[in-house]
Design a protein around this ligand. Structure first.
Ligand code: PXL
Length: 232
C-alpha cells in the first residue's frame, strides 16, 4: 500500500517523516511524503523550525495523488494553523470514491516539551482536520487540549472527541496511569492493552504508532485489529 505522511522533518531522525517512513516500510507499505515544515532537533531540543509555503504542501499532496495514487494517509506535525487548514483542503480534494483512510496524529508538543504548533493550532484541528479523519491518535495531553477538558480520564476524552468530530479516536497510553491505548469508535469504547517500556527514549513513539496504523488501514485491516497491531 502507498502511504503518504503529511508531516515535518526531525533532523535527528527519531520522529517526523523519517520515523514515519521507517514505520511504513516496516509495516509493509511504500512511503510517500508531503512536507509541511523542517526542524533542526536532537532527542532533547528543537532548535529551529521553518514552515513551508502552504501552496507547496498542497502541491505535494495533489501531484502525488494524481499520478502515483494513495492508499492511506497520516498527518503529523503541521507547525501552523494555516498548514493544518491547507492539509485538510488538500485531503478533502482526494477522490471520495477511493475512501482513503486518514490517520490524524495531532502534534502539539514534542516529548521534550518543546512546542511544535503555533498558537491557534487546536482550533484549526477541530475545525478543519478532525472532521476528515478516519481516526485521530492524540496522546493524553493532546486529547485534553483538543477537548478543552482538564481531566486525566482517557475514556471521557476519547468519547468526547469521537462524539464532537465523528472520527474514531485513540487516546494513546503512556502519559497517564495506564500504558493502554483507549479507542472510541461507533461501536463504543475499548482498551488496547500494551506494556510500558522501562526507558526514557520515547521520542517519535507517536509518529511510529500513527504511521503503522495508517499502513495497516491502507492494507485493509479493520480499525480495532489495526489499533492492536500498531500498539504492539
Ligand atoms: O512526535 C511528535 C513529532 C512529530 N513530528 C516531528 C517531531 C515530533 C516530536 O519531536 O519532531 C517533526
Amino acid at each position: 500500500p502507498r502511504v503518504m505522511t503529511v508531516a515535518t522533518t526531525d533532523s535527528g531522525g527519531g520522529a517526523g517523516v523519517l520515523a514515519d517512513a521507517k514505520a511504513i516500510v516496516r509495516a509493509g507499505g511504500f512511503p510517500l511524503c508531503a512536507l509541511a515544515a523542517v526542524t533542526a532537533q536532537s532527542t532533547v531540543a528543537v532548535d529551529a523550525v521553518a514552515a513551508l509555503d502552504p501552496a507547496v504542501l498542497r502541491a505535494q499532496v495533489a501531484t502525488t495523488a494524481a499520478d502515483i495514487g494513495l492508499d492511506g494517509v497520516k498527518t503529523g506535525m503541521l507547525a501552523t494553523p494555516e498548514l493544518v487548514a491547507t492539509a485538510a483542503e488538500a485531503l478533502a480534494a482526494l477522490d471520495p470514491s477511493e475512501e482513503v483512510p486518514v490517520v490524524v496524529d495531532p502534534v502539539l508538543r514534542a516529548e521534550s516539551g518543546a512546542s511544535l504548533m503555533a498558537a491557534g493550532g487546536e482550533e484549526a484541528y477541530r475545525r478543519a482536520l478532525l472532521p476528515l479523519a478516519t481516526v485521530a491518535t492524540p496522546n493524553l495531553l493532546e486529547a485534553q487540549a483538543l477537548a478543552g477538558i482538564d481531566a486525566d480520564d482517557p475514556a471521557l476524552l476519547a468519547r468526547t472527541l469521537h462524539e464532537r468530530h465523528g472520527c474514531a479516536v485513540i487516546v494513546t497510553g503512556g502519559h497517564g496511569r495506564s500504558a493502554a491505548d483507549t479507542l472510541c469508535d461507533d461501536e463504543g469504547l475499548v482498551e488496547v492493552p500494551g506494556v510500558r517500556l522501562p526507558r526514557p527514549t520515547t521520542h517519535g513513539a507517536g509518529c511510529t504508532h500513527s504511521s503503522t496504523l495508517a499502513t495497516l488501514l491502507a492494507a485493509g485491516v479493520p480499525l480495532r485489529e489495526a489499533a492492536a497491531r500498531a500498539k504492539r
